[in-house]
Design a protein around this ligand. Structure first.
Ligand code: HEC
Length: 92
């Protein structure tokens, strides 16, 4: 359970499902994971936020993290907050 600004869920849903680049091609249907990328639905908001921040800052850069860098680098922290609010609201 995490408290997020009002409107985050709706905005996060739009960012995840209707704005390019979409997440499902890599993270799978329902964002439950594929071979290329791990499941991201229904995980802790603070964990997900930390990962997105670290991709953005370039702190998490090993493995296939390079695939995530372009996804997060142009998004604001507000956008990332909305995205994780939505992700953590989904069934795992
Ligand atoms: C081009 C493929 C691709 C797309 C598109 C993509 N991702 Fe990822 N994502 C990855 C890969 C690959 C990883 C694992 C990186 C690694 O190996 O460290 C990852 C990891 C993550 C993680 C961390 C998961 C964990 O368990 O540490 C989050 C959160 C995440 N992605 C969110 C998103 C969101 C939200 C979107 C859409 C806005 C998105 N991703 C779009 C490929 C992608």
């Amino acid at each position: 359970m995490a408290w997020v600004p009002v409107g985050s869920l709706t905005r996060g849903a739009a960012l995840v499902t209707s704005q390019a680049p979409a997440c499902e091609p890599c993270h799978g249907a329902g964002l439950r994971g594929l071979t290329v990328a791990p499941p991201i639905a229904g995980r802790s908001a603070s964990y997900a936020m930390r990962q997105l921040y670290e991709f953005k800052a370039g702190v998490r850069s090993e493995g296939n993290a390079a695939l995530m860098k372009p996804i997060v680098e142009k998004r604001s922290m507000d956008d990332l907050t909305a995205i994780v609010a939505y992700l953590s609201s989904l069934p795992p």
